[in-house]
Design a protein around this ligand. Sequence first.
Ligand code: HAM
Length: 408
Amino acid sequence: MIQKPRGTRDMLPDEMERRREIEARMRARARLYGFREIATPVFEELELFTIRSGEGIINEMYVFEDKGGRSLALRPELTAPALRMYVEEGRSLNKPVKWCYFSDCFRYERPQKGRYRQFWQFGAELIGADSAMGDAEVIILGYDLLRTAGVKFVLRIGHLSFMRTLLADLDDEDKKKIRAFLDKREEETAVSHLRRIGLDDLCDPLISLCSARTLDEVFAVIGEIPEAARIREMFSILDSSGIPYEINPAIARGLDYYTGVVFECFAEGLGAENQILGGGAYRLAHLFGGEDTPSAGFAIGFDRVMVAVGEESWIPWQPEVIIVNTGEGRDHALFVAGEFRANGIITMTDLMDRSFSAQMKAAGKSADYAVIIGKDEVKAGTVTLKDMKTGTQEMLTVPEAVRKLISL
Ligand code: HAM
């Protein structure tokens, strides 16, 4: 038997309906802030991701050569593709450009619950706004989308300038290592690394910075940096918008392109794979041949959203109807099916040439209502609507039946 590739999933109709329902709510929410959906290719030139995504992602990429000898990669994320697209197509658009996407990504990771090799991201990118309001709006949208989806989570916000200031004197290699340790939440290893390279005097400040939970505590460790006013303004906008958050200067993010504010959301009850959103301010356009353009965005792990909200029904109930007819009622049955569907009623007809009683039996198993069409109904142009739960039935005109079903 051939099975699906490791780390991928098949999705049955119940799951797809739940996903589509939540996805539609999130899309509609993003639109309310002016974010419009884009789509980019599933595969891109490999270089797009090796320029600035960082080792973590590069090591997990699905890379292949096509028949023309081009090196390509399945997209591991959508920020680099969105910015490539902005440079190619979007430079003449009015700024700020507000784009969102809902697409699958591919990373060769060790699969477990909430971590897959093919997974879906719902993300947003704000391109060309360099302001506290812009940074804040991206965070507010991410927060709002997770709320809309029904996830319980905490939002943690940091800023890369905090660590950048503290670690200014380290060489690039050591900075990278410290960042990688912090990203894995291994603060003690980061401290040991500082000791190993003879920077003992930075150990206590690093510990204090990692545990700082207010801006005053942060600036007490690193001093008033040039970015301080903008950072304070952004947090005050979040406060005025009633967004609850924790300040966490240890947030490092796994991708290399971030430059300013960084934020992550962690969902309740997801175990190890609880990071449900990641984002921040970054600069990528100039690396792809465009002008240097300040940008900010985030991506939500949609599969983790689905694990977090669980199985409870998100799908509004809608009656399902099966038309049961004797052979001579077929034309009337087709007419009734057309009328019902035109009015948004889920309507099925017999496709297996079953007898009247076999059709009734099937209706009892899989429908809420049977619409019986026999000789009398054909003659009168009516239908008999039978509630399969209660067994009660009544003869109605077609418009009466439609009205009844859509009012349920
Ligand atoms: P990321 O943190 O690598 O950021 O991914 C964003 C989210 O995708 C994660 O928080 C997680 O929920 C989900 N995710 C990542 N890997 C997997 C996986 N293997 N299985 C299931 N879910 C996963 C980015 O990708 C950035 N492009 C976000 C961004 C947009 N930054 C600025 N704009």
